[in-house]
Design a protein around this ligand. Structure first.
Ligand SMILES: *Cc1c(COP(=O)(O)O)cnc(C)c1O
Length: 495
């Protein structure tokens, strides 16, 4: 039975249904429990399934369907998900996943996502508890990275956005808030510095900002993959002599290719000596500071002006959960605060609240990323998260050791963190490097382990990024065994 509340008027013909809530909550409840159980079953039995398998064409065809005008039963839609989406994910939740740097997620994070979805909070601003949860995460990240009380921050989709926002902050610190209205002054000749191992999203941030990626100087790295400090100093001096205006230096805490961490204390010194904003891209590595074993690798990170990192990578929070921590939240306000009438603030009531995230970053409507992060930190505790990162690094070191013992394999870069790059070289370097790309494709098809492809000196190489808390020694052994077996196969040789 439909009630008047559903939009019907008496004597008006059949009442028009407009609410999207169910008539029968009992049926929905049962279906909801079923969906939850199915997903928990999936997580519990992950290791019995392939890390990846290609989606068959009928599954793909289901998602080239006409726009649904009429409703479909929730149970039927769930069946489509169960049969056609769930088995064909990218595999990053699987213990055998080592391709790229991606987090594994957790059951607690998943459940928190459901709660956040039910609450459907908009974290642009106003006075409600979800905002307090995001503030709690800011306070906790201040503590994790030993930042001062003045520090602010906020959730963004990922480190790509966090790095972009940091470039904008650095720009208005150099040029003043005027840059918001006036844009870049003619002939400003701004330049910034980072290493040649920088993640591709940083030059893209320079493109999006209007500064231009050519103004980002990419400095050579040393044998450990860290920015060459002497070369950096020479580049700054040369630019100054040529009339450029250096404004920003970007360090990396965990390069995407090899996991190298720049000398962050040295970068702080250079930033001070040259009046530069010092930003750190810690997308992949920074949360490693939660591990007592790893913390020393990040010396100096507490001194940066802004830090981008991803809870969705090593922090294991479900996607997406990028974060930007900023030494002085006034820099954020200077860049983003607005006085639009429809966003006017009240002294009290729902339109009150003294911290509106929309004043601190580019987004107005924002989801409740803080909740899944809060649940993850709260239910596992930072010690367990740190321990799982240290365990990843121990597996990586073990893998590197094993590679060095195998004559048919060669380690291509020192292992600073959780990333191992190597190549199948065969007996006496007689194997063309292209074989490595073929090996990786075959491993993906076999579905036991999934490393990714990278390049060293233009040659294809195998990269194992061990980020997943579920990865074990057996997965590492399967990688080595798989590479050796495939590498020795004659039919993999390019003709
Ligand atoms: C992953 C990564 C990024 C990009 O982060 P997203 O969260 O994917 O946007 C930036 N820098 C490094 C070093 C990364 O590993």
């Amino acid at each position: 039975m439909l009630s008047l509340q559903d939009g019907g008027l008496p004597g008006d013909g059949p009442p028009q249904r407009t609410s999207l809530d169910p008539d029968d909550w009992q049926t929905l409840r049962k279906q909801g429990h079923q969906m939850l159980d199915d997903m928990l079953d999936h997580l519990e039995t992950l290791s019995e399934k392939p890390v990846w398998q290609p989606a068959p064409s009928p599954a793909r065809a289901l998602f080239d369907a006409p726009l649904p005008v009429e409703p479909t039963d929730l149970a039927d839609a769930h069946a489509i998900f169960r049969d056609n989406i769930l088995p064909y994910g990218s595999g990053n939740i699987h213990p055998g996943f080592m391709g790229w740097v991606q987090g594994g997620g957790t059951a607690a994070g998943m459940l928190a996502e459901m709660l956040a979805g039910g609450l459907n909070a908009n974290l642009g601003g106003r006075d409600h508890m979800p905002i307090e949860v995001e503030r709690q995460i800011i306070r906790w990240t201040r503590q994790i990275f030993s930042f001062p009380e003045t520090a602010g921050g906020l959730f963004l989709t990922g480190a790509s956005q966090a790095n972009f926002v940091a470039v904008l902050l650095a720009l208005s610190r150099k040029l003043g808030a005027d840059v918001r209205a006036k844009g870049l002054p003619n002939g400003s000749r701004l330049v910034a510095y980072t290493s040649s191992e920088v993640h591709g999203c940083v030059p893209r941030a320079f493109e999006m900002s209007g500064i231009g990626s050519e103004q980002l100087r990419r400095i050579q790295v040393n044998a450990a993959g860290q920015i060459d400090i002497a070369a950096l100093e020479r580049a700054i001096l040369r630019d100054k002599n040529e009339g450029h205006t250096p404004f920003l230096v970007i360090g990396t805490a965990g390069t995407v290719n090899t996991g190298a961490i720049d000398d962050l204390s040295a970068l702080r010194g250079i930033a001070d000596a040259n009046d530069l904003h010092f930003h750190v891209d810690g997308a992949l590595g920074a949360l490693g500071i939660l591990s007592d074993d790893l913390a020393h690798l990040f010396t100096g990170i507490q001194s940066c002006d802004s830090l981008a990192f991803d809870f969705h990578k090593w922090g294991q929070v479900p996607y997406d959960a990028g974060f930007l921590l900023v030494r002085d939240s006034a820099w954020q306000r200077q860049r983003f605060a607005s006085d639009a009438a429809y966003l006017s603030r009240a002294a009290s009531g729902l339109a009150g609240g003294d911290w509106w995230p929309c004043d601190y970053g580019p987004d107005l409507s924002r989801g409740f990323r803080a909740l899944k992060t809060w649940f993850t930190l709260k239910t596992y505790g930072v010690k367990a998260l740190g321990d799982s990162m240290a365990a990843n690094c121990a597996l990586a070191r073990g893998l590197a050791g094993r590679i060095e013992q195998e004559p048919a394999l060669r380690l291509l870069a020192p292992v600073a963190l959780n990333i191992v790059c190597f190549a199948y070289v065969g007996a006496g370097d007689d194997v063309p490097p292209q074989v490595n790309a073929r090996i990786i494709e075959h491993l993906h098809a076999e579905g036991r382990v999934a490393p990714s492809l990278t390049h060293f000196n233009g040659q294809p190489a195998i990269r194992a990024a061990i980020v997943n808390h579920r990865t074990r020694q057996a997965d590492i052994d399967a990688l080595i065994d798989g590479v050796l077996k495939l590498g020795s196969r004659q039919d993999l040789l390019p003709c």
